[in-house]
Design a protein around this ligand. Structure first.
Ligand SMILES: C[S@@+](CC[C@H](N)C(=O)[O-])C[C@H]1O[C@@H](n2cnc3c(N)ncnc32)[C@H](O)[C@@H]1O
Length: 377
């Protein structure tokens, strides 16, 4: 997959031209949509909590259901659920079909999962899916941070909105203290990682990627799910070290060939032939990233590789789903993890590597969200 290019630039022009052409009424309508946007993720969270995607896919295939069929018999008002489903159908999560009774007095709307909705149903052995990621983002402690987002702008070096809203406790420390939040985070990371890891291993892992590696360290490896997938596909790796915070690895499942090691990547990182690190740098400031990358550099042999998978923001701003997903995640990081933690461009990631002592760098685009950043010592 090529990096964002000239095509993105022309999309920018097209998008802004469309806005200039809007009538005042269209502009008010567009703003009305933005003002009510919170309804979308909250409706999504509600239907997941209610088990709707799993119920529609219960037989291993789409079985379109009406709101009444998704609720217990005798429910007093299925139209409340139907309203959520219609909104999400308008957003592409469900497809909607209607049927009219023979006497033409009632119309029933039935909902099935679209390709987007299917991401909410587990496919891998872990039983996790994007539904777990949605649930993780909408826990009370995370939602409470959002009304304080403007404080991040006013005081960018101060505590991030999450810490401001949660008695000064940063998100990772909060997960460490709250067993349920920790488990939800482990499942969320697994649910998002599994499909990406298939793409990574198909496109990168076998040939050049992990060639000749016997010991692989996953820094910030969460449950160890990524490491397990790599080791299943790359038989030369005999030992996997899943390195994460002590509270996180304490809850990680046992995995054959994987040693869970608790520690702090800002202090030191276990040595290995290569290091894998996914979705870690994004949540930290430039100085913190340099400290992590220096510790990775120290843990590698000469010629050793750090394979980091991170969202990489395009230089151009456009209205594509890819750019929106990346920029929305950037603000999630600002709100939840670090005000000055951020999604970065390929060039910024390159410079961080140079500052930490790495001499080789290349970026590989295998997936629309994560890029593979290969640093060589
Ligand atoms: C966004 S998650 C990514 C998890 C996993 N790599 C994945 O992509 O599925 C970031 C991970 O970094 C870990 N982490 C945060 N601070 C850390 C530290 N000081 N030392 C080691 N790991 C840390 C978190 O516990 C979490 O598992």
């Amino acid at each position: 997959m090529p990096p964002p290019s000239a095509a993105a630039t022309s999309t920018t022009a097209a998008a802004s031209a469309a806005r200039d052409d809007m009538s005042p009424a269209e502009a008010r309508l567009a703003m009305m949509e933005l003002a009510n946007m919170v309804s979308v993720p909250m409706a999504l969270t509600a239907v997941i909590r209610l088990g709707v995607p799993a119920a529609i896919w219960a037989g291993g295939a789409n079985a379109p259901r009406s709101a009444a069929e998704l609720l217990p018999a005798g429910h007093p008002d299925p139209s409340v659920l139907e309203r959520l489903l219609r909104l999400l159908a308008s957003r592409g999560v469900f497809s909607e079909s209607t049927s009219t009774s023979e006497d033409r007095t009632t119309t029933t709307r039935r909902f099935a999962l679209t390709a987007v909705g299917r991401t909410l149903v587990p496919e891998g052995a872990s039983g996790a899916s994007y539904a777990d990621y949605v649930l993780q983002h909408h826990q009370d402690a995370l939602v409470a941070a959002w009304p304080r987002l403007h404080e991040a702008v006013l005081d960018p070096r101060g505590p991030e909105p999450f810490a401001r809203a949660n008695a000064g406790v940063p998100a990772y420390a909060y997960y460490g203290k709250d067993r349920e939040a920790n488990q939800v985070m482990l499942r969320a990371m697994t649910g998002v990682s599994e499909p990406f890891m298939h793409a990574l291993l198909d496109g990168y892992g076998f040939d050049g990627g992990f060639h000749g590696v016997a010991t692989l360290v996953d820094v910030g490896g969460s449950s160890g799910a990524c490491l397990e997938m790599i080791m299943r596909r790359v038989p030369t790796i005999k030992e996997g070290i899943n390195f994460d915070l002590p509270d996180v690895v304490a809850d990680a499942p046992a995995i054959a060939g994987v040693r869970h090691v608790g520690g702090d990547m800002f202090k030191s990182i276990p040595s290995g032939d290569a290091i894998f690190m996914k979705w870690v740098l994004t949540t930290w400031t430039n100085d913190e990233c340099t400290a992590i990358l220096r510790n990775c550099h120290a843990a590698l042999p000469d010629g050793g590789k750090l394979v980091a998978c991170e969202p990489v923001v395009p230089e151009e701003t456009d209205s594509s789903t890819r750019t929106r997903a990346l920029l929305e995640n950037d603000i999630f990081v600002m709100t939840t993890y670090r005000t000055q933690g951020r999604e970065r461009s390929e060039e910024e990631f390159h410079h961080l590597g140079i500052a930490a002592g790495f001499t080789g760098f290349r970026a590989i685009y295998l997936d629309p969200f994560y890029a593979v950043l290969e640093y060589t010592k």
